[in-house]
Design a protein around this ligand. Sequence first.
Ligand code: NAD
Length: 478
Amino acid sequence: MKTSYINGRFIEAGEQELKNINPSDISDVIDTFSRAGRAETRQAITAAAAAADSWGRSNPQQRFDILDFIGSEILARREELGALLSREEGKTLPEGIGEVTRAGYLFKFFAGEALRIGGEKLDSVRAGATIDITREPVGVVGIITPWNFPVAIPAWKIAPALCYGNAVVFKPAELVPSSAWALAEIISRSGLPAGVFNMVIGPGREVGDEIIGSNEVQAITFTGSVSTGTMIAQRCAARMAKVQLELGGKNPLIVLDDADLEQAVDVAVQGSFYSTGQRCTASSRIIVTDGIYNDFIALLAKRTKALRVGNALSSDTQIGPVASASQLQQDLEYIEIAKQEGATLLVGGKRIEGETEGYYLQPAIFTDVDNRMRICREEVFGPVATVSRVADYEAALAEANDTQFGLSAGICTTSLKYAEHYKRHAKAGMVMVNLPTAGVDYHVPFGGTKASSYGPREQGRYAAEFYTRVKTAYQKAD
Ligand code: NAD
């Protein structure tokens, strides 16, 4: 049985078992894990707190070597780790390998950043005094991640945490422990001192709760649902811990009359349905202007019907299964809600059988929607998109921004004027012109506005804002 990693070793197995099931074939048990609880989490926090100071003073070469080692091994094993990820989460094999590759490069990026942690030196306005502005580690960082990117999201939190000299207590999502365990196993051989990195596999309401509440954890970075994130922010504020949240999305994709039709349909299909729509950046609201609407919808329906849904590991599969029984249930409930609200189900939306028993769902498109409907306001987190029809760009922009979320916003257009206007006026953290709303490079900031994100950005050089504290030091020499 596989176990949690605490203070430099994989701990003894406990009694509580957690089975990791393949959503493409629910008879396939991938791994069995020992479920940790509050006591193990406290041990992990204590170990991290003890290791944090000395790691915070470690030299940049040591940090570079360790992060580079982790990145290199991930990249060397990307096919094997990608297959494991696809098997446990259900995204297709190319998507699984792509995600692992991104994780490898994230570690490489932050290996380099470890050599570039700098500061500023200013003269004081007081005679003879100088000022150093430096970045220091925060201390112990608690990392809580969701199931939809089992390797990339942990990587984009763990790599900067270690790069900037913090100790880590990492809690992966219970649905996808195998990828997290594989990552921890690589980290365990990287030369990192015991206690600097810890992984605790167990339920959110115990392991996560313990991490959030501990005064020895100075910062929490969380990706997941709005409800859990809101609770975490409140609890962190109460004890004045740093907090960073990446939450949901209801991302718009505008298609204007002047768009390249083939390209727009491609962008819509990829953004809405790839990774089975289980991306916080998925395009779930497609907003189309009058002149192109009929052609767009006809081609979108044709292309969506032709998508091959099946076992994530089969080479001809384009859309893998939904990740879990409860997520499938949620998707089907929203499909019913949309019908009851009066939307028209244009294609898909039915559970289908595969060669093996899994959570297969046909990608669904709804038309005749009104942006006030629940199907347009609430995140489904599945292969479900709505298409609405609007008069012009101004109406499309207003509808795109009419949401509680603000993660990613797309537009398909050949007009420089509208593209430029949209980049400035879309109320979202990320804007995509003629590209899917999902798919952000590993070296640039990731995050949103409104209910989608809270706190500093993740990824790229902007990650330093969360993983460090700034110190201002004065010195008078004469
Ligand atoms: P979730 O909030 O249920 O769980 C996320 C993590 O929090 C898991 O590890 C879970 O065990 C833990 N958790 C749950 N309850 C907890 C508690 N009471 N205390 C502490 N930890 C707790 O979300 P999920 O279902 O795993 O993920 C899906 C959600 O994640 C979607 O809403 C999606 O939009 C969002 N998401 C956002 C981004 C982004 O970057 N914005 C990326 C991926 C996923």
